[in-house]
Design a protein around this ligand. Structure first.
Ligand code: FAD
Length: 307
């Protein structure tokens, strides 16, 4: 059995594995896709002390760093059940095997909910973006749309309005769902338009990059076109925690509830990164949280196990 078993091989999982291995304890990583969301990212300009890198390059560096240590990496392994036990916690894999560990660190990350319209996939990272903190500055002086009028959409619109030339916010419903204070702030901005009862129907592009979008006015049924350079999709970030339902405490959004040491509601099970309740989903934050959960797990081990 492992002393620390990390589930997930993104920035949080990689950091957790390195911190555990450096304690000289038996460490494993089981990941569906080592590298995680970083693999889907092009330019990364906010990983502090590295002014510019690209996703695949950072993912390779993550794996290389983990491989500096005696960590058993089990790539292409999907966990589908967590079973706490008296001596060991068991992680059941989709291939039928079960891994046993004295402590587990869950770092399964999250995924952005997509609009599911034509052009979205084709122009991802070519104008279609999901993270205003990451990609906002790339659209300096340009016109963008934000899709989604909940808190994250309205926050994104306010944030982007300070960077880009113009923002159009699209909401499917007849009204915005964001907090009142955010809506008031949004309404005060001169370079933001809001379109309600508007359903995005297609992302338009010239083959290289986004040039606009079409949307349906749900009241009149008319299809309209708007020219712009960027589209930020803000209709939800889904934590990869469906498989944990019923085995530990999740928030109403499905995020794993953790304390300040990354401890979950199950003793010996820790969690870090985008799959947790910790706000602001970013690489640098996920790495810090992974390190923290790993130290939390080590603390747990030295208190609970006989020498
Ligand atoms: P993830 O990176 O999501 O990794 C999760 C890991 O868990 C993966 O290995 C996955 O395969 C694995 N996994 C999931 N479910 C299971 C399971 N059941 N069993 C086993 N393994 C499982 N952040 C920035 O700071 N700067 C940026 O410029 C930036 N740009 C981004 C651009 C895009 C297009 C996207 C999608 C994200 C971007 N982010 C950026 C966000 C950043 O990538 C995430 O915050 C970060 O990767 C989270 O790390 P994580 O380790 O928590 O999760």
């Amino acid at each position: 059995p492992f002393e620390v078993l990390v589930v997930g091989g993104g920035p949080a999982g990689a950091a957790a594995a390195i911190y555990a291995a450096r304690k000289g304890i038996r460490t494993g990583v089981a990941a569906e896709r080592f590298g995680g969301q970083v693999l889907d990212t092009m330019a990364i300009e906010n990983f502090i002390s590295v002014p510019y890198t690209e996703g695949p390059k950072l993912a390779t560096a993550l794996e290389q760093h983990v491989r500096e240590y005696e960590v058993e990496i089990m790539n292409l392994q999907k966990a589908q059940k967590l079973v706490p036990g008296d001596d060991f916690i068991s992680i059941e894999l989709a291939n039928g095997a079960a891994l046993k560990a004295k402590s587990v660190i869950l770092a399964t990350g999250a995924r952005w909910r997509q609009m599911g319209v034509p052009g979205e996939d084709k122009y991802r990272a070519k104008g279609v973006a999901y993270c205003p903190h990451c990609d906002g500055p790339l659209f300096k002086g340009k016109r963008v749309a934000v899709i989604g009028g909940g808190n994250s959409g309205v926050e994104a619109a306010i944030d982007l309005a300070g960077v880009v030339a113009h923002v159009t916010l699209f909401e499917f419903d007849t009204k915005l769902r964001a907090d009142e204070v955010l809506q008031r702030k949004l309404a005060s901005l001169p370079n933001v338009d809001v379109k309600l009862s508007a359903r995005t129907t297609e992302v338009l592009g010239d083959g290289q990059k986004v040039t606009g979008l079409t949307y349906e006015n749900r009241v009149s049924g008319q299809i309209q076109t708007l020219e712009l350079e960027g589209i930020f999709v803000q209709i939800g970030l889904l934590p990869n925690t469906e498989w944990l339902k019923g085995s530990l405490e999740l928030s109403p959004r499905g995020e794993i509830v953790v304390d300040e040491r990354g401890q979950t509601s199950v003793p010996g099970v820790f969690a870090a990164g985008d799959c947790t309740t910790v706000p602001y989903k970013q690489i640098i934050i996920a790495m810090g949280e992974g390190a923290k959960a790993s130290l939390g797990a080590f603390d747990y081990l030295i208190r609970s196990s006989a020498p």
